[in-house]
Design a protein around this ligand. Sequence first.
Ligand code: PGA
Length: 278
Amino acid sequence: MRKKIAAANWKMFKTNSEAQAYFNDWAAIAGGAVCESAAAHAADDSSGPDVVFFPSAVLLKTVSECIQSKKIKAHFGAQNIHFEKEGAFTGETSLITIQELGANYALIGHSERRTLFNESDSFLAKKVKSTIDRGLTAMLCVGETLKERQGQQTFSVLKKQLTEGLVEVIELLRASNEFVSSSGESKSKLIIAYEPVWAIGTGQVATPEQAEDAHFYIRSELTQIVSEKFAAQVSILYGGSVKPDNAQSLAAQPNIDGFLVGGASLKPKDFFQIVQAL
Ligand code: PGA
């Protein structure tokens, strides 16, 4: 069974005090989603979708403390990490630092990182590998620009981003028993987020059919690149102008396993409604 996941990409929004206020509201709104006990808070709690917050690096400690102190049923991770354990990389964030704070996800290859910070597929492949090697879950973002879609290149772009972005972990992923529990439940350390660039922050969401076509393609491609078993259980999230009013029709598609949400995740009420659509 594939895990449903709702992920919030806060980008470079919110201060520490705003993050605290957010989780006060979230705890009140989410009500039943707040954990009763530390045991229920464990990562393998499989009831309902997993909720993951990606705040900016400077908010990670606050987010970690809020989640723990309010017993909020959610995970968190960094929007970007460096693949080296440590070193002279001014301005970068290491996996060991975020892991110490309790983070267990890293967002890799968001289109803003690819375009604004020139991150290439081979550079991202190193991040995917070190994230998985460290025992965290890598959420690899892929997606075509409007020009590429109009030029009928959507599938070739996705193929390149997947093939090159996963090149360093393919053998590991092929040993897919490591990624599936004995009950068949997904324990994947890799999640794919399909985010058509033309839909990010534009209000122009992909239609459920457009999104499903891309997700179906990604799953088929993962069958080729990795294995059928892996492709069947990996969660593929849709991102790009997901809002409370379009989440349900997208979530109804067979190959859409969750969402990566930017703008609408900044408001607890809106994001919670999106979580509930899954
Ligand atoms: P959006 O952003 O929901 O604001 O379109 C999505 C993303 O960039 O991950």
